[in-house]
Design a protein around this ligand. Structure first.
Ligand SMILES: [Zn+2]
Ligand SMILES: [Zn+2]
Ligand SMILES: [Zn+2]
Length: 139
């Protein structure tokens, strides 16, 4: 059993299951955001799609991971480094997708600028994806 994964599950009042541990490990081992397909290829055991889907949903609800909207591939997921908890995420950071290596990363230190919406519109979630060349590739 991985200590860090066990600790995160415990912190969010989740029962320790093999699938949760395994999926969490995939995130802990990878700095950039992961798509559903990428998660599946990184798992030690073979869980069916539904199990992976449900686990991701639980992690999203509990504030362990958050959605990263990506172009083309749709949605990816990344670990919450802010203090998110049950049904409450507070991310205001930008995501950056590198067109060279294809990795999408959380730019925790870069805040999404304030967006002025027309009267009657209420924002619930903000996503900003910046595309370009990352620091690793830009050398
Ligand atoms: Zn979060
Ligand atoms: Zn790159
Ligand atoms: Zn993020």
């Amino acid at each position: 059993m991985n200590q860090q994964a066990a600790h995160i599950l415990q912190e969010h009042n989740l029962r320790q299951t093999e699938s949760r541990q395994d999926i969490l490990l995939a995130f802990l081992a990878q700095a950039s955001a992961l798509s559903h397909a990428e998660i599946e290829t990184r798992l030690a055991s073979n869980f069916d799609r539904v199990t992976v889907y449900r686990t991701l949903k639980t992690f999203l609800d509990k504030g362990i991971i958050h959605k990263v909207l990506d172009d083309g591939t749709g949605v990816k997921y990344a670990l919450c480094k802010d203090h998110c908890h049950d049904n409450h995420h507070h991310h205001e950071h930008v995501h950056f997708k590198c067109t060279e290596c294809g990795q999408t990363n959380c730019m925790e230190e870069v805040t999404i600028p304030a967006v002025q919406l027309p009267k009657g519109y209420k924002a619930e979630e903000k996503n900003l994806l910046v595309q370009g060349v990352c620091a690793q590739c830009n050398r």
